[in-house]
Design a protein around this ligand. Structure first.
Ligand code: 1HE
Length: 264
């Protein structure tokens, strides 16, 4: 019987709640956090049931690897139609992650490959430990991206790099991934979670309307022609700055009660 069907199996996603930051951890290290449909559904449930006071999420994974991607043991049993539905189940949860209520900071270590990279690409901030490596081995397995990576990973690093990764099996290490814009921070082994929690706390302290605009309007604007993008920007800017919280925050700065911008 597959691991996921065991009635007393460990949860495939561990969820905990630390003030305004929730931590969701993939919890299948013995299978290198290979993403089964059951894990996708569990992740969906965790995101859909985040308490209202959660303002940011850290997405991490137990063990030495973030994720080995799609659970390949599910492939042989799938018909073409089931494959399409399978992809759409992933799309639903990944959509919820990227365009949900709260920003997501991912902690990446070891293998971040295939569907694991597709999942990481949904996060708003990516922190990589120096052990992280990034690949798209679909070509070698005779399959294709099916968790939105053709779109999301291509938007991050360009479709030319995605093409080359998939054709040749090119694996980027953590430093290279940082250089090409796949990640935002590289930290020493074991330091990813602390860094992600610190970033998530900062994010949780932003005005909610600003976070909403960053998560929802920026990707929309990126896909609009310039004239539409500028109009969308002006509207969301006007709405954000009209919020009472925005006025209070600006007044606090002018009254020298708010923190100045500081070097990291
Ligand atoms: C798995 C999977 C998996 C490991 N599905 N079971 N992804 C891949 O092609 C990556 C495949 N995995 C690997 O290359 C390696 O496992 C790793 C480099 C990630 C890690 O190596 P290692 O030596 O630490 O672990 P291992 O011994 O290879 O794996 C441990 C166990 O996890 C083993 O099972 P066991 O029963 O023999 O202990 C592996 O079979 C199992 N395992 N990875 C199922 N992916 C929406 S479309 C997305 C398309 C894709 O994601 S394609 C990329 C698939």
């Amino acid at each position: 019987m597959p691991h996921d069907d065991l009635p007393d199996a460990d949860p495939l996603v561990l969820a905990r709640h630390d003030g305004p930051v929730a931590v969701l951890e993939l919890n299948r290290p013995e299978k290198r956090n290979a993403i089964s449909l059951a894990m996708v559904r569990e992740l969906d449930r965790c995101i859909a049931t985040l308490p209202d006071d959660v303002k940011a999420v850290v997405l991490a994974a137990r063990g030495e690897h973030f994720s080995a991607g799609l659970d390949l043991s599910e492939i042989p049993e799938m018909s073409a139609a089931q494959g399409v539905h399978h992809s759409h189940a992933w799309y639903q949860v990944f959509e919820r992650l990227q365009f949900g209520r709260v920003p997501v900071v991912a902690v990446l270590q070891g293998a971040v490959v295939g569907g694991g990279l597709e999942l990481a690409a949904c996060a708003h901030v990516r922190v990589a430990e120096s052990s992280a490596y990034f690949g798209l081995p679909e070509g070698q397995r005779g399959i294709f991206l099916g968790g939105g990576g053709s779109v999301r990973v291509s938007k991050l690093i360009g479709f030319s790099r995605v093409t080359e990764m998939m054709l040749t099996g090119h694996v980027y290490d953590a430093d290279e991934a940082f250089r090409i814009g796949l990640t935002h921070y590289t930290v020493a082994p074991g330091e990813g979670l602390a860094k992600a929690l610190a970033l998530a706390q900062r994010i949780a302290g932003n005005a909610p309307m600003s976070n909403f605009a960053i998560m929802r309007a920026l990707p929309l604007i990126a896909e609009q022609p310039m004239s539409h993008g500028l109009m969308t920007e002006s509207l969301i800017a006007a709405i954000s700055q009209s919020e009472p919280e925005a006025k209070e925050r600006v007044e606090a700065f002018l009254a020298k009660r708010a923190a100045k911008v500081q070097r990291s």
